[in-house]
Design a protein around this ligand. Sequence first.
Ligand code: MLT
Length: 257
Amino acid sequence: MLSFERRGTGVPLVFLHAFPLNHSMWEEQVAFLSKHFQMITMDLPGFGNSPLQKETSTMEDIAKSVLELLVELKVSDKCIFAGLSMGGYVLFQILKLAPEKIRGLAFISTKAGADTEQARDRRFKTIEVVERHGPDPLVDIMRPALLGKTTLATRPDVVSKVEGMIRSEKAPGINAALRGMAARPDSTAILSSIHVPALFLSGTEDTVIPTDEMEANAHLVPQADFRRIEAAGHLLNMEKPDEFNEQFSNFLKRRVL
Ligand code: MLT
């Protein structure tokens, strides 16, 4: 079973973390949203305290573990799922496996498309580096990808928290997720079949999944709200927690509850 944190009561909000991090990236959201909701965060397979399940963590297998956790926790209400980047790739699989469990969706710094050939090659090179040297070199590879230029220049506290999280992860889990992301299918066709309220949130300084690409995805979803957060990069929930929490709770109030 996945290692999880459950805080608060009421409508369940299930938050799925990015690569190569763990559930603690959602600390500021748990503190804020658990005052009114049941916040469920977890370490995805091979990250944090959750055991690795297979040599490749496919997005579908990760989605199945999330759904199994909800069964273990006896969560029978429909949930609002939020996924950031890799967490968002997993959301597309949850949509395929269990659409009846979804009350609303938040796609954060993520996209429906599969990897390009170039992105796949990059992942395989990273796997070799991590196999040889462990997770440390990933800090330099991921820092400029995960954090926007404003945060890198002005928020050493956020930078060091993200670095610490990356260093604490283990090579087999990291590499299993890299293989799984490289193998993920193109989910663009699913977008037009999403019939629950959906929020798309993007940081204007995100270089991994540019705002324009997310906006194009949002336009394919019948009931989507697209919002951007200025001066934030890929990890906008950690970089601009107050703006993030406000956008997220406004979406819940306006569209879901
Ligand atoms: C993430 O933040 O989960 C990763 O950057 C996603 C990716 O590498 O595609």
